[in-house]
Write a protein that binds this ligand. Structure first.
Ligand code: 4AD
Ligand code: MG
Length: 477
């Protein structure tokens, strides 16, 4: 078998005049002569020119949309417009046929919902191949950023015995026989009989373990799968998603915000610098989609312009109390257009976040110092005794991408908060001990990986930026 060349490499420095072998999937076949071949290495197709009069009719018949082929021939400067080089096929081999009758994915526009049902084929489309190349790019840039800044990558556990967020929306892990559950004298499930001898769940956050590591290695981050059994069927929630959680010793809430802003801009810049081909395709997709939309429904800027705008401007920074004041004196509030009243002490709703980001400031906003009532027990109490040193970063079109805080390092205050919020001390004894053996101020945050991919690719639904989405009622593939 001749050595084959990847299309991306071939187009980067084309060996014009030489014999090449390429392999890939047929994206189009025109006039029994021109094949658009794609091998996934780049969004760009390679044009193959066949001489149908010389070709075996059996082979020719099998060159159809999505068939997998291997082609050997000379690479020449292209005669036609639209591409710089093309291959004059001397030999075409069929590696895998695509049965046209059975084939559901015709080369026409398909809805996102339809494509989701065909996860094994949707990656072959221009849009999804671009999305998943960019998803890779962001993951790579995350490791690159933290490595360059002296952070250590921590693998936090996936099976845990604690509920870090106190939200209780967890998937249970058990080997107990559900048809015959062992019970104790009080009639409660006897978890002593379970695999770990206690009740366990899939993790909702690696933060608490991250704190152990930060107070030893200084600067760490986790990047792993995260599970939440929230029954929310929205375009922003997944039951299985990926989260990045840096945790840093000696950082306060301001350092934390600075880190988050610098980090997010780095990721966007990395994609702008290295994946422009894919971004252009996604940018065009949105323009196409919005062509016939009313002006007020269209995005204010194209995708690439939005990304440039975000990296070129400072994020707006406000307190929660300021946010409430802004919302209460806003036009939509006065005209009764909010579904939920913005009220001090209540969490911001998506409509409030969207107003702040898209109407008021027209750029990313960091909201800090939230009321203690609806935030997690581990967030550091501010001097007012009413608010905690929390911060959320809100992005245009997405809402919350980052949630973080300075952590409560004072043992007595932490115990008090756990008591108030009904978090059991015996489950988190080690978290409390951390404060007894050289505790220090520290802070961190969690970035929802898919929400960031959603923002950078300009897609509309979080299910379309993860290869195999898991949502309520759905765990196919
Ligand atoms: O705000 P959250 O719940 O924060 C934490 O879990 C903290 N322990 C983080 C920390 O301080 N180390 O979640 C962090 C981010 C959210 O801002 C959001 O982007 C994402 O995780 N997220 C989800 N993404 C997709 N689907 C879901 N169901 C998500 N829930 C949270
Ligand atoms: Mg949050």
């Amino acid at each position: 078998m001749p050595r084959h060349t990847e299309i991306k490499k071939l187009l980067q420095s084309p060996p014009v005049g030489e014999q090449v072998t390429v392999q890939g999937w047929v994206r189009a076949f025109r006039a029994r002569r021109f094949i658009a071949l794609n091998d996934g290495s780049t969004i760009k197709n390679l044009q193959i020119v066949t001489d149908f009069e010389q070709m075996d009719e059996e082979v020719l018949k099998k060159i159809s949309f999505h068939a997998c082929i291997r082609v050997t021939g000379q690479l020449i400067e292209s005669q036609g417009a639209g591409q710089s080089v093309e291959v004059i096929a001397e030999k075409v081999e069929i590696l895998g046929e695509a049965n046209p009758e059975e084939y559901a994915l015709q080369p026409k526009k398909q809805t996102m919902e339809f494509l989701r049902e065909k996860a094994h084929l949707r990656m072959r489309t221009n849009t999804f191949s671009a999305v998943f190349r960019i998803r890779h790019a962001i993951a790579f840039a995350i490791h690159e950023y933290f490595n360059k800044e002296g952070y250590y990558y921590l693998h936090s556990p996936i099976i845990t015995g604690s509920d870090a967020e106190g939200a209780g929306e967890m998937f249970q892990v058990t080997t107990l026989d559900l048809d015959n559950v062992p019970k104790d004298e009080d009639g409660a499930v006897d978890y002593k009989e379970d695999f770990f001898g206690k009740q366990t769940n899939l993790t909702v956050s690696g933060q608490l373990q991250g704190e152990i590591a930060a107070l030893a290695l200084g600067k760490v981050y986790t990047f792993g799968p995260t599970f939440r059994a929230e029954n929310s069927n929205t375009s922003r929630h997944l039951a299985e998603f990926w989260m990045i959680e840096p945790e840093v010793a000696f950082y306060d809430i301001i350092d934390n915000m600075d880190l988050a802003e610098d980090f997010l801009k780095y990721l966007i810049n990395y994609v702008l610098d290295n994946y422009m081909d894919d971004l252009e395709v996604l940018d065009k997709r949105i323009a196409e989609l919005e062509k016939n939309m009313k002006a007020e429904l269209r995005r204010p800027m194209g995708l690439i312009d939005t990304l440039r705008f975000v990296v070129d401007n400072d994020f707006e920074r406000i307190t929660y109390s300021e946010a409430i004041n802004i919302l209460r004196s806003s036009k939509p509030f006065k005209k009764g257009r909010f579904e939920f009243e913005p009220e001090w002490g209540k969490d911001l709703q998506a409509e409030h976040e969207r107003f702040l980001v898209e109407k008021k400031f027209k750029k990313p906003v960091i909201v800090r110092d939230y009321p203690k009532g609806f935030k997690a027990f581990y967030m550091r109490m501010n001097d007012d005794n009413e608010t905690v040193a929390a911060m959320d970063i809100l992005f245009p079109g997405i809402g919350e991408v980052v949630g973080g805080s300075q952590r409560e390092e004072r043992l007595d205050v932490l115990k008090q908060r756990m008591h108030e919020m009904d978090v059991h001390e015996d489950e988190l004894w080690w978290y409390l001990e951390l404060r007894k053996f050289g505790g220090c101020p520290h802070a961190g945050f969690g970035l929802g990986f898919e929400r960031m991919v959603l923002f950078i690719t300009g897609m509309e639904n979080i299910r379309d930026v993860i290869p195999f989405p898991r949502t309520p009622g759905r765990a196919e593939f």
